[in-house]
Design a protein around this ligand. Structure first.
Ligand SMILES: C[S@@+](CC[C@H](N)C(=O)[O-])C[C@H]1O[C@@H](n2cnc3c(N)ncnc32)[C@H](O)[C@@H]1O
Length: 302
């Protein structure tokens, strides 16, 4: 069962299960057209949450079964980026390898290349798992999630010049003074001074994306409050979606999020001039996600 929930200038939100929507006539025209599939599937947890988390081998099989389906939607140089958090064994101070095994199974099943692994580090993450971190003090905070960038070709569309970061103060100084102590580093890399004097308009970012997940005061939360809707409990900060959209797509490209939740991906895509498709079964989350767009953008909305 699938229903069109709402559309915007650039996007469409379909209500339903990804496995059904993606096999329906609605999705047919988008096959081979998606430049970036960016998503956070329900995480594997050791306790059930509202949005239906699976456990163990069941989770691995469930996620891996999506790989060939997702693959059919990609352009030849398209990318898939999947975010999965860590999970812990129930009742023990021991991490589960489930997230990594699920990602590996997905990679194998889709016959994808692993272009690069990223982590999203959340400096504002509350200490967890509480028993081992706060009470017994035998583990440290678990504060990152895995983002695996995958594709069918080893050279998908990507340009790190679209995600340059502001230079550090010392680098700005260096570019100004052009004085640098060239020579060998402890790593035995030889640093030629010339390469350091070129202003490349910003620093190439690392594969650790550091964004605090503190969204208090956003338009989305205000909208949920005003409309008596429960905010999505596993929202991602919009900056993480923006990073991959800028890095891996161009304006006018098409982005798909098959587990869209509160539609962080669609909102980031719309703001960056990309087209988007979102899929989510839970009506409350879809209703709340409308708050991410100015009402004038929405049709089928109320
Ligand atoms: C981790 S959340 C995504 C959060 C999202 N990135 C955001 O920022 O709001 C995963 C979402 O997948 C949805 N979901 C679970 N099973 C699904 C399925 N079979 N098809 C589509 N969505 C599903 C859940 O309802 C949940 O909202």
């Amino acid at each position: 069962m699938m229903e069109l929930a709402y559309t915007t200038d650039l996007g469409v939100f379909a209500q339903g299960l990804a496995e059904e929507v993606l096999e329906s006539p609605f999705a047919e025209p988008f096959r081979g057209k998606v430049n970036l599939l960016f998503t956070s599937p329900p995480f594997p947890l050791n306790r059930k949450k509202k949005y239906g988390n699976r456990q163990g081998q069941d989770y691995i099989d469930w996620l891996a079964a999506f790989a060939p389906i997702f693959g059919k939607f990609l352009t030849p140089d398209g990318s898939i980026v999947i975010e999965v958090g860590n999970s812990w064994e129930a009742g023990q101070p021991v991490m589960s390898t489930l997230a990594l095994r699920a990602l590996l199974a997905f990679l194998d099943e889709g016959n994808f290349h692993l272009c690069q692994q990223f982590v999203w580090y959340n400096p504002a993450k509350l200490p967890s798992p509480a028993q081992w971190v706060n009470v017994e003090r035998i583990r440290v905070k678990d504060a990152y999630t895995h983002l695996w960038w995958m594709s069918t070709t080893a050279r998908p569309k990507a340009d790190n010049r679209n995600v340059l970061q502001e230079y550090s103060e010392s680098m700005k100084q260096l570019l100004k003074t052009k004085k640098y102590n060239a020579g060998s580093r402890p790593s035995e890399h030889h640093i030629g001074a010339e390469s350091f004097f070129t202003d490349n308009k910003g620093a190439i970012p690392p594969n650790v994306i550091s964004v605090a997940n503190t969204s208090a005061g956003t338009r989305y939360l205000k909208y949920c409050r005003e409309n008596d809707l429960k905010p999505h409990p596993a929202r991602m900060p919009i900056e993480v979606a923006e990073f991959f959209i800028k890095f891996l797509t161009e304006p006018g490209d098409l982005i798909l999020d098959p587990f869209a939740g509160s539609n962080t991906t669609g909102a980031a895509a719309e703001a960056l001039g990309r087209k988007w498709i979102a899929i989510e079964p839970q009506e409350d989350y879809i209703k709340g996600s409308k708050g991410r767009f100015p009402p004038i953008f929405l049709s089928n909305g109320d």
